[in-house]
Design a protein around this ligand. Structure first.
Ligand code: B1H
Length: 840
């Protein structure tokens, strides 16, 4: 109306409330119906649940846009430094619930939806999650976007808009079956395409030297083909702030959809061929948790999104700045592992070839701009590209990499004269047998900071795979321990616990997680402990219902919920967990009166489709479950559940319901882990090795509240250096022998002795992840778990102390450390201005 319009002209902080911004229940209710009609094209009477979900999603998006556009506008300003987080994966999870929390309108919307005769939770559950990541690395990127916005840091996430994300996992006859993830098939209300900001990306062809008008020597790249990148933007709103940063994902398309020459010659199929080729580029996420060496399409994906993103940053930079001289002062680019590491060479190409910088100043800008986060120590997981593929696909980038390498090795030669082995380990080019481009070396050389993701991991990086880089530039190395966002992983996923905690200590903990400390004062309060148990019990009942519905297994909500959810990997040792289950099974069969609390073992996780052993481990779990779940002798004291299709959505159901968190990787193998944090934050106790962030979790919650077992990293190295002989453990440990023999004889596989034998053979004759060496220690620790669980008062104390002391593991703390020590960026608060007041 006229008055509020006048008010907003006089005071731009006053917004105009209308059907697209109003936050009261009645306005929201009306807006949903409006969107249902005008966007979904449906009357309520014929609308599906999905239609209502879409209508609500648009209603929420409308309420975000004001904040989003003002944030984008502010981030463009010439004194504002922004973070660009480059990642091949963003595993954001469903948006609706999270946006309701961060907008702080959950209650109003719940009421408005109720008044329309619907249920908000059902609509939230209707959202198909964008599975644009494999596991921890992609999920970390998503938690970091949430924290960047919540801390009001100007930022943008750049990645790939895969048409098909991580596959859906079905379990058939106990085996994993992969189904294409068609997450976009019913439309995505959270994204806005920005075709006007498209950019071009070169591939193949050759380079050519020329002399420009000023007589300068230059190189140009004459590509074989050019692909267009189209950005799709999704708002990432912070918690109770006006900052809504952008997640910008690139989709590829052919430059011209038709090749007219061919078309006119009647070669229609030939004409659309390049279109098909270009669109294949961002079709599918590679479903491996480690790189598949040498797949050309994967390198195309990496270069594609990096090239699009850097051009985009340069374009936005030049809107308010007259040159790129201050690029490093206005941009901090973080490389999420080596997947975007080609950015180091690409920024040099853009500065030198396109913007005509001299090499040295271009290199200064580049090195000042980049930071590199390493996420793995596994040597087989270090990315390298065959020189032939790299040179054919990206000829100009290979030349630039050679130039970077030559200049770098010259400096190395001065620092370490006559040290050929240092030279060859530091070189970007691996010349060992076949030639490769080593992406970690490029990332280290081109970045001013290199960090690991947990203290132990960062130390091991310096001692092992990056040792020679550490000797060369110790000042670049630092640690930032991972964290998770309490908004999604507590407030959204565990409303009951959130409510109980908030009743006691208020709600400041939600964005100042250290405040959970205050819960310590209530550990001796018996009625609080009883409320605490009550919450856990109710959440476990919810999960029990879900389990029955999904897999038809009835589980006892009073049993100990012992949970391991994560990608299936030998180093994560899901099969060690199974060895414990079979141990308990044998004990109960021999002694039915054994006094141990009943347990429900819950597993979830996907195996890379080509990972033989991981797929067998799934079959092992489901096979053992089939026998144990149906053995009447056990009287339901043990249950084994494999939950299919573990993803963010399922994680939100599972973490809150866990009593025990299994974090049992071989010491030195898990860089950090982040599931470990989500469990403990929701009151589960951890059984774990001294690996990754477990070490720091144990430090924080106290050794007496953590079930520790297993060899330490130096002990693992020690055992291996003396020629590890796993068979010795089998020979000397009767109970272990009984377990492995039971698998071997076909007891869990209907007499089929071949089915699970590869796992047993691997353990007896190789056992690279030392399951047999850690077996007894694990079993002993599990006995302590059972004893502790029998004393429910003691267990509750430990559980409360775990939550109270987890403040460190908020991704807000991680992001603050990145801001202070790596990016040097400051928060900027966003002033709201009504959209129709833009030019007032
Ligand atoms: C992690 C990966 C990863 N480390 C290659 N490395 C990939 C490597 O598709 N690829 O090529 C995909 C993923 N992911 C995980 O990162 C670590 O294993 C976890 O320990 C860590 O918590 C997580 C986040 O830092």
């Amino acid at each position: 109306d006229h008055l509020s319009l006048m008010a907003s002209i006089l005071n731009p902080n006053v917004t105009i409330e209308d059907d697209r911004t109003g936050l009261d229940i009645e306005t929201i209710r009306r807006a949903v119906l409006d969107n249902l009609f005008y966007i979904q094209g449906k009357f309520p009477a014929i609308a599906t649940k999905h239609d209502f979900y879409m209508a609500l999603a648009y209603t929420v998006r409308d309420r975000l846009l004001q904040r989003w556009l003002n944030s984008v506008q502010t981030n463009l300003k010439k004194d504002v430094k922004s973070v660009a987080y480059l990642s091949a994966e963003f595993l954001v999870g469903p948006h609706l619930g999270n946006n309701l929390i961060n907008l702080d309108i959950y209650q109003q919307v719940e009421q408005a939806i109720k008044e329309s005769g619907l249920n908000l939770q059902e609509l939230i559950d209707t959202e198909e999650e964008p599975g644009l990541g494999n596991g921890g690395l992609g999920r970390l990127a998503a938690c970091y976007l949430d924290s960047l916005s919540s801390l009001e840091i100007p930022a943008i996430g750049y990645g790939i808009r895969y048409e098909f994300g991580i596959f859906d996992q079905h379990i058939q006859d106990g085996w994993q079956v992969e189904i294409t993830d068609k997450w976009l098939q019913y439309g995505n209300p959270w994204e806005i395409a920005r075709p006007e900001s498209s950019v071009m990306v070169n591939f193949g062809g050759r380079t050519e030297a020329y002399t420009d008008d000023h007589g300068a020597f230059r190189v140009r790249w004459i590509p074989e083909y050019v692909v267009k990148g189209i950005p799709y933007d999704t708002p990432i709103l912070g918690y109770k702030v006006n900052t809504a940063n952008t997640l910008r994902l690139w989709r590829s398309e052919a430059c011209e959809s038709f090749n007219f020459e061919r078309f006119n010659q009647g070669d229609y199929y030939g004409a659309v061929d390049s279109k098909v080729h270009s669109e294949n580029l961002c079709k599918v996420l590679y479903p491996n948790d480690e790189p598949i060496q040498g797949k050309e399409l994967r390198l195309q994906q990496q270069y594609f999104f990096v090239c699009c993103s850097l051009q985009d940053m340069i374009r936005t930079h030049l809107i308010e700045n007259s040159s790129l001289d201050n690029f490093d002062q206005l941009w901090a680019i973080q490389l999420n592992d080596t997947h975007p590491a080609v950015a180091v060479a690409e920024l040099m190409r853009l500065l030198v070839d396109v913007h005509h910088y001299e090499w040295e100043p271009a290199w200064q800008i580049t090195e000042n701009t980049f930071g590199y986060t390493n996420h793995t120590l596994l040597p087989e997981a270090l990315e390298k590209w065959p020189l032939s593929i790299f040179g054919r696909l990206l000829p100009r980038l290979l030349e630039i990499i050679y130039e970077i390498n030559n200049r770098f090795l010259e400096r190395v030669r001065i620092k370490f004269p006559d040290n050929g082995s240092k030279m060859s380990s530091l070189s970007i080019i691996d010349e060992s047998d076949d030639k490769y481009v080593r992406m970690a070396n490029l990332a280290c050389i081109g970045s001013h900071r290199i960090n690991g993701v947990a203290q132990l991991h960062s130390e091991l990086l310096k001692e092992t795979i990056l040792h020679d880089f550490y000797a060369l530039f110790p000042e670049k190395f630092t640690n930032v321990t991972n964290g998770v966002t309490p908004r999604r992983w507590m407030v959204l996923s565990n409303p009951r616990l959130t409510e109980l905690i908030t009743q006691k200590i208020g709600n400041r903990w939600i964005n100042h997680l250290d405040e959970l400390k205050q819960l310590e004062q209530f550990v001796d309060d018996a009625s609080f402990r009883s409320q605490w148990r009550q919450v856990k019990q109710e959440v476990k009942q919810d999960l029990a219902k879900y389990i029955e519905k999904k897999v038809g297994i009835v589980v006892n909500p009073a049993s100990l919920f012992d949970v391991q959810v994560k990608r299936i990997h030998e180093y994560k040792r899901q099969h060690l967990n199974v060895l414990h289950i079979i141990t308990l099974y044998n004990r109960l069969k021999h002694n039915p009166n054994l006094d141990i609390p009943p347990r429900t073992f819950i597993f979830g996780g996907k195996a890379a489709p080509g990972y033989f052993m991981a797929k067998r481990i799934i079959k092992l779990i489901t096979s053992v479950g089939d026998v144990i779940n149906n053995d009447p002798d056990l009287k339901d004291r043990l249950k084994v559940v494999f939950l299919p299709d573990y993803n963010v959505t399922l994680g939100q159901r599972v973490y809150p319901a866990a009593d025990l968190s299994e974090q049992i990787s071989t010491a030195g193998k898990e860089a950090s882990g982040t599931g470990n944090m989500k469990f403990s934050l929701n009151g589960a106790l951890t059984i774990g090795t001294l690996d990754g962030a477990n070490v720091e979790i144990r430090e924080e919650v106290g050794a007496e509240n953590f079930f520790l077992f297993g060899l330490t990293t130096p002990q693992v190295a020690e055992v291996k250096s003396h020629g590890y002989y796993p068979r010795g453990h089998y020979d000397s440990n009767e109970e272990l022998r009984g377990v492995l023999d039971l698998i071997s004889c076909g007891f869990f596989s209907r007499g089929n002795r071949e089915l699970l034998q590869p796992i047993v053979d691997n353990l007896l004759y190789d056992d690279p992840y030392l399951l047999l060496a850690d077996y007894q220690s694990y079993i002993n620790s599990q006995e302590e778990v059972s004893e502790a669980y029998k004393d429910q008062e003691r267990w509750s104390r430990m559980s409360i102390l775990n939550v109270a002391r987890m403040g460190k593991f908020s991704s807000d703390r991680s992001i603050q450390e990145y801001c202070d020590n790596i990016w040097k960026v400051q928060p900027v608060s966003i002033k709201l201005q009504a959209y129709n007041q833009e030019n007032a």
